[in-house]
Ligand binder design. Structure first.
Ligand code: NAI
Ligand code: 15L
Length: 277
């Protein structure tokens, strides 16, 4: 092989993207084209037409056999699939707990080396907004959804310690087109920075098991990524351009409102949801 064809070679032969039909999955799909010869994009709902480098599937992560089959031959996984808000426990159990377990077990059986796990700031949402957290701050989930993401972080820790499967747990803040309220001025992660963070998570040599917070370079910071500095993530965007939409109000009795006091915002006010409500 000559030098130019070697230079053209993509870093991965086969990548798997779960949650491909979702908000962030749709953003990431384009970037993955340069990263792997084949990208298998999957979701519980149809992820749309396959591009030339893509394979698609409709798979429920809770279906162990289907997940086992889907992971065969994969080099690395970006795991975005699952329920992304608070939900009844039984739904979270299937999609986020059983689904994540099925994926890690399939990864172990098929020798997958690395997983990027979409965790959430709701693993630590009951920490007050006055604290700056880092990777070693204790879990304080603010919802059963947050608890389901804590499970994913613990499961991935176990699969690293016991089986050597590397995971970057990305505690995503609020990754949308734009911040939607004043809290998101702190938690905002632009789509561009999200893609960069996934790139750092996939391409850094030897990550072990690490927690990194997913926020852009926003003026107010609740999260310190020093311990994940070796990933080389340098956010390029900031919520500052949206600040005037959400004027800062003087600290008054509104601080008594738990949704203002804790990092998880309104999630801290939820109650366990039931199917029959
Ligand atoms: P989303 O809800 O738009 O996408 C999640 C996707 O997972 C959906 O397309 C859904 O159909 C799929 N899914 C749900 N249950 C499934 C199952 N049982 N089997 C297979 N697929 C299933 O969420 P978004 O915004 O794209 O987030 C992606 C990931 O990042 C989620 O895991 C979410 O919890 C996490 N995250 C996102 C944040 C954000 O601000 N966008 C913040 C923190 C975490
Ligand atoms: C999340 O974990 C959710 O997936 C997303 O929909 C937002 O609610 C985000 O956190 C947030 O905290 O803004």
């Amino acid at each position: 092989m000559n030098e130019s064809s070697a230079a053209r070679r993509k870093p991965f032969r086969r990548l798997l993207l779960t949650g491909a039909a979702g908000n962030l999955g749709r953003q990431l799909r384009g970037a993955l084209a340069d990263w792997a010869d084949i990208v298998h994009v999957t979701d519980i709902v149809p992820p749309g037409d396959a591009a030339a480098h893509e394979e698609t599937s409709v798979v429920d992560l809770a279906d162990r056999e289907a997940v086992m089959h889907m992971v065969e031959g994969v080099d690395a996984i970006v795991h975005l699939g699952g329920i992304s808000i608070d939900a009844p426990f039984d739904d979270l159990l299937e999609a986020n707990i059983r689904g994540t377990y099925n994926l890690y077990e399939a990864a172990r059986k098929h020798g997958v080396k690395r997983i990027v796990f979409a965790s959430s700031n709701h693993t630590i949402g009951f920490h007050p907004v006055t604290e700056v957290l880092d990777a070693d701050s204790p879990h304080r989930p603010d919802s059963l959804y947050g608890v389901s993401k804590c499970f994913g972080e613990s499961l991935s820790r176990y699969y690293y310690d016991r089986f050597g499967i590397e995971t970057v747990c990305v505690r995503i803040g609020s990754s949308f087109e734009e911040p939607k309220n004043s809290r998101m001025l702190v938690t905002y992660l632009s789509y561009r920075d999200f893609i960069e963070l996934v790139s750092c998570s996939l391409f850094t040599n030897r990550v072990g098991h690490v927690v990194v917070y997913g926020a852009s370079d926003n003026p107010v910071k609740w999260w310190d990524n020093t311990k994940a500095g070796f990933l080389g993530f340098r956010p390029r965007d900031s919520s500052v351009q949206f600040a005037e939409r959400f004027p800062v109000t003087a600290p008054t009795a509104e601080r008594d409102d738990p949704a203002q006091r804790f990092q998880g915002g309104a999630f801290v006010l939820g109650e366990p949801l039931a199917h029959d409500r």
